[in-house]
Design a protein around this ligand. Structure first.
Ligand code: SF4
Ligand code: SF4
Length: 437
């Protein structure tokens, strides 16, 4: 039985009062992908809140069912957007995962995987780069091609084969290795921005990072890319390691604060959502809390930043490269649900003359990527992806834009399997090309 009916998470008390805010109206149910898949109450946000409530009361042990349901949840936060009572569902489920993590009742395989990825690989950026180089060797020096051609991996394990196909293509060079710490625009400086190079973005999406920096320079920004960056802590927080998350957050806060930026610009939805939460992580430490709030208040998604600083109005010339193209946009969960950013990217895209913008049906329905969910829950993840691909088929676009690397990998995989020749681009890549930045 848990003492005093409370769970401590990131130094927040999840009290009876917070959980009691749920009025059990069920408005969140139609927005929940896991409920849509099973039609089971315990796989819905309302059902999971009841399970957490029971765990808090000591009526529900950290059972297999509890662990399954908390991990089955995508943490997509679509339920948060739908909830009239303002339940912070994302914090609840992350707290429940923290509780599971502390209880050490999750499976041995899961604990080993988490230890290896979250505590070792992502804890130091040099280690992540080392792993990325190994993966690059596997992808480019022949082993992957041999295994694929022979069908051996498929024979050994279908799941393992899917995982290796979902893995990102490692970039030839990493952003953190080639760029100066401070880059000035050719025009007068309008804003000083710190740019987070990210973990996966740095090693597997270096071209998107480059597109983002070029776009920021084109917009008159002095771009600061602090040396020594590491994981912002979001991966740890989403996977139940709140202490690890705080440690990474503390490091990033101290590093970024030195540059006193006007804005901290993100091109990865999950990292942006987490930096915006930094202010809530240090309730027990007033000095750190104030530094964390400074960082959170200045953190913006790149599309949010461009709209706020008059990017559209300042553009004089657009390329006609995509004239006549049918373009749509997919909402990453951590942009639309966590950060409430949906209009800004659409406004930027629609401002480009000559394109045909078309809305994607269920654009905000999770594609099933969800951090490492597509590795830990492959079958369920593929089900969510199938629904996304069916919606894409309905409108048959030439290009799909989005603002999160995880979604890009997942959807690339889905389109390839479905035999669809549709270009996938990050919104910044599209804008950079259009502006010829
Ligand atoms: S919408 Fe909000 S209040 Fe209603 S059941 Fe879902 S979580 Fe509870
Ligand atoms: S976060 Fe997503 S998957 Fe989890 S309960 Fe909410 S809507 Fe369902």
């Amino acid at each position: 039985m848990l003492e005093e009916k409370k769970i401590v998470h990131n130094n927040h008390l999840l009290t009876d009062e917070i959980l009691n805010n749920c009025i059990h109206c069920g408005l969140c149910l139609p927005t929940c992908p896991t409920y849509a898949l099973t039609s089971l109450e315990q796989s819905s946000p309302r059902g999971r809140i009841r399970l957490i409530r029971a765990a808090l009361d000591g009526d529900q042990p950290i059972s297999k069912e509890f662990i399954y349901e908390m991990n089955f949840c995508l943490d997509c936060q679509a339920c948060e957007t739908a909830c009239p009572a303002g339940i912070k569902y994302g914090s609840l489920v992350e707290t429940a995962r923290d509780l599971i993590h502390q209880s050490k009742k999750n499976s041995l395989t899961e604990r080993i995987l988490k230890k290896f990825f979250l505590t070792w690989t992502f804890a130091r950026h040099e280690r992540l780069k080392f792993m990325a180089r190994l993966l690059r060797w596997y992808q480019t020096a022949g082993p992957q091609a041999v295994l694929e051609k022979s069908g051996l991996l498929k024979l050994i394990s279908k799941k393992l084969n899917t995982i290796q196909l979902l893995a990102p293509r490692i970039s030839k060079v990493f952003t953190s290795e080639v760029l100066d710490e401070i880059i000035l625009p050719q025009s007068e400086v309008t804003h000083t921005v710190v740019f987070l190079t990210g973990c996966i973005m740095d090693v597997a999406f270096a071209e998107i990072n480059e597109d983002t920096i070029r776009l920021l320079l084109h917009h008159g920004c002095k771009v600061v890319i602090p040396k020594g960056q590491r994981c912002c802590g979001s991966l740890q927080a989403h996977n139940g390691d709140s202490e690890g998350a705080r440690e990474h957050a503390r490091y990033t806060i101290e590093l970024f604060a030195q540059f006193n930026p006007d804005y901290i610009v993100m091109n990865s939805a999950g990292c942006g959502a987490f930096l915006k939460q930094y202010g809530e992580l240090f309730d027990d430490d007033p000095v750190m809390r104030s530094k964390a709030q400074f960082i959170s208040q200045r953190t913006v998604d790149v599309t949010e930043f461009l709209i706020r600083t008059g990017f559209i109005q300042s553009q004089k010339k657009y390329s006609t490269r995509y004239a006549g193209k049918r373009i749509t946009y997919h909402d990453a969960c951590h942009l639309i649900h966590s950060q409430k950013i949906s209009e800004q990217p659409r406004e930027l895209i629609r401002s480009v003359p000559g394109i045909e913008y078309v809305e994607l049906p269920e654009a905000s329905w999770c594609c099933g990527s969800a951090g490492i969910y597509n590795i830990t829950h492959i079958d369920q993840s593929m089900h969510f992806l199938k629904r996304k691909i069916e919606n894409i088929r309905k409108i048959n676009p030439d290009i799909i834009l989005m603002g999160n690397p995880g979604c890009m990998l997942q959807m690339q995989f889905g389109l390839r399997n479905a035999g669809l020749q549709i270009e996938l681009l990050h919104t910044v890549t599209f804008l950079r090309r259009i502006c010829e930045a």
